[in-house]
Design a binder for this molecule. Structure first.
Ligand code: AMP
Length: 293
């Protein structure tokens, strides 16, 4: 990747691929009192990511974005291999919203030796993404811990799109006493309601039309729960609705409370509906907060 070298000076953004020069750069900034906001991503950026950058920009003097497709959070080798990579476009997008620093390390830089640490988040990861993607959250926690130690930000920005991931990172920060404030930024959607995702670019025209079924299902489920129907009933109904579309497979639809992330049969306190499934080979997730007020 010839266009990336450490301390390369660009009009808007400094780009680092190595840890030591990034640390030295940020230490200098912190010494003169600059606050640092951090947005970890896996690249193939879209407007959802840019909202996180804008939010960081609003609250901090320096915004650092990382682009790193973390192999330890993929439990499926094909999924890792087919994950979209669009670094040249990503750099342009980051510059367009005034991101100050990009960190895009190699696997050798992040994992110079095979990682042997494993995280276990107990009940937090026994459902949904944790259940269907074994080892996923251990990989997420490993890379987030590394990145937090490297960047040492005042604030870090995550999307509500990956709500279970946010709960895991909250737990990680609380238990390991990372000195960082976490922000959860609302989901950015396409005009028709489809949650923006890097994986959407893998959908063909027909699949893109059908992908809306997950957001549609969240809204249908919300209405049905409000009518007083139980979650078990609603789940069956939604499964039929999803799988009436060609190539669509529902993996899970769950209702949990937002605080402790415990599964519910009906909406009691603040709750969230979460959905995951496939359109063809592409796995998509989405969620909807209930009782927000
Ligand atoms: P990713 O590159 O998919 O790992 O995502 C990086 C960050 O962007 C995560 O905190 C995601 O939750 C967040 N994100 C992804 N999609 C969206 C979206 N549509 N709206 C808001 N945030 C998002």
């Amino acid at each position: 990747m010839g266009y990336i070298c450490d301390l390369q000076k660009r009009p808007e953004m400094d780009i680092f691929s190595q840890i030591a020069p990034l640390r030295a750069f940020l230490e200098q900034k912190k010494l003169i009192g600059k606050s640092v906001g951090f947005v970890p991503t896996m690249g193939a950026l879209h407007d959802g990511h840019l909202t996180l950058i804008r939010e960081s920009h609003r609250e901090n003097e320096i915004t650092v974005c990382s682009i790193y497709v973390n192999p330890t959070q993929f439990n499926n080798a094909d999924d890792l291999a087919s994950y979209p990579r669009t670094i040249v476009r990503d750099i342009e997008m980051l510059e367009s919203v005034g991101c100050n620093v990009l960190f895009c390390p190699s696997n050798e830089e992040v994992y110079p030796e095979k990682s042997i640490i494993k995280f276990d988040f107990g009940t937090l990861e026994q459902i949904m993404e944790g259940k269907f993607r074994p080892g996923h959250f251990s990989g997420v926690a490993t890379v987030v811990s590394k990145l937090f130690n490297i960047v040492q930000p005042s604030r870090a920005y995550f999307g509500q799109k990956d709500f279970q991931q946010f709960k895991i990172v909250e737990c990680l920060v609380r238990e390991l006493k990372f000195n960082v404030q976490l922000r959860c930024v609302p989901i950015q959607r396409e005009k028709d309601g489809l949650a923006m995702s890097s994986r959407n670019m893998r959908l063909d025209e027909e699949q893109r039309k059908n992908a809306i079924v997950f957001y549609e299902s969240l809204q249908m489920a919300k209405d049905r729960l409000e009518e007083g129907l139980s979650m078990s009933f609603v789940r069956e109904e939604i499964k039929k609705h999803c799988e009436s579309k060609p190539g669509v497979k529902l993996e899970y639809l769950e209702l949990t409370d937002t605080l402790n992330f415990v599964q519910r049969e009906s909406v009691t306190s603040k709750a969230i509906l979460l959905i995951a499934g496939y359109v063809g080979e592409v796995r998509l997730i989405d969620n909807l907060l209930l009782n927000e007020n």
